[in-house]
Write a protein that binds this ligand. Sequence first.
Ligand code: NAD
Length: 496
Amino acid sequence: MTTTTTPLRPGPTESSFLLVDGKLVPGAGGVFDILNPATEEVIGQAADATAQDMDAAIAAARRAFDETDWSRDVQLRVRCLRQLQQALLNHLEELREITIAEVGAPRFLTSGPQLELPIQYLGYYADLAESYAWRQELGVAEPMGVRTNRYVLKEPVGVVGAITPWNFPHQINFAKLAPALAAGNTVVLKPAPDTPWCAALVGRIIAEETDIPAGVVNVVTSTDHSVGAQLATDPRVDLVSFTGSTATGTAVMTAAAQTLKKVFLELGGKSAFIVLDDADLAGACTMAAFTVCTHAGQGCALTTRLLVPRERYDEAVKATADTMAGLRAGDPDSSRTICGPLISARQRDRVEGYLRLATEEGGTIAAGGGRPADKEHGFFIEPTLVAGLDNTARTAREEIFGPVLVILPHDGDEDAVRIANDSPYGLSGEVYGTDPDRLAAVVAGVRTGTLGVNGGVWYGIDAPFGGYKASGIGREMGVAGFEEYLETKLVAEPAS
Ligand code: NAD
């Protein structure tokens, strides 16, 4: 291990490398450009891996799992995770600037889930690995008359293929890397082509500033989605941990079935923000507007359907539209910005397509609806409120992934729950109200993996996160997110 902390300046020489078998190597496909989504300027290049590079990365991860002590030596893993956490903290301000430039992440979010909190996952999972009951006694029993002592050993699954999206790259990369490594697995990380640096720079820090053995972590950046798909089909991979769209997740699960590997999926959402008739309507509408504008709506768990009492619909539309009009899309570099740019021209085209669809379906644009007039460059969209639709509209059912809120009327608590559940997704949600019994009934009725009540924040290192229905399979974070990366071995021996 070298002890230098060379400044991380992304560019052709510093971040255009894959991490394969402990070495920083160029991609066989050359390099590809990275754009700053707020300026549309090329800010550097990343290595473009081919199938051959991915093959080498999987081979290295397999070898590191099968032939080194990593999977058995908890203390080595704990030390390496803490060492990586400290190395990342040594580069915190450089990583912050790179994350803002590459992801278009508003600066304030880098103090939370876009950077600083994910780095803490390493310490959390190091602590958990240290205190975890790797051997769990089941006690003596007499199955079929044989007096037997039984215990369970918790063991790593093996080689993990981690495939991640671009919207919260550090959060999702570390929510996979930290528990998978703490549990004793080896990993091939394949980040999204829109945000390769967030992963590539972590790869460089691992190679240059930690004792993590060669092959334990491999980072493979590529423009070719089929390179990621190899992780699903290759029999040397034991588990695919995927975060991204439901369509891609379905493809990953289908491909993984051919080799019967474990699949962990965190997918899309179209979550409901329910306002009951005894809630502070204006306060709830303001919160719903802020939520959907955060990181320009590019969050799977952001609430994107606002359900308000029908008799106060017009009042709610006005309150929400007024707030959204004040939340202008802005430079992510500014600490005052909440709504930055979308990640790419492709994503902006997609959002604009939904805005056209909303009016074709009979909706009205109550706020925003287009590109901000004051922005010549950057993939910005104004915070937008769509009114006048019901929950059968595609605009109300499909994930848009932009700062677009659809406001829908409901006819009471049961109807609100029915509308919230009338969705292929079940990722998150919010309910605002006063009566505790009515709030409890809504909490019990909504079929989602997370739910906030009156502004309670469900995000946290120790809080299991994941989806019902088409929003995923499994839970990330917390103890549940650690156990996703473990196998269970039952051992039985004659009792004395
Ligand atoms: P995406 O599904 O297009 O891509 C995700 C990743 O999968 C990328 O790394 C991509 O290169 C890779 N990929 C694409 N095709 C593949 C294939 N056939 N096999 C294997 N890998 C493949 O998603 P995106 O556009 O990058 O991200 C946005 C989506 O992610 C949204 O739907 C959002 O809801 C979802 N998301 C979900 C969560 C969650 O935790 N539930 C979190 C963040 C984002």
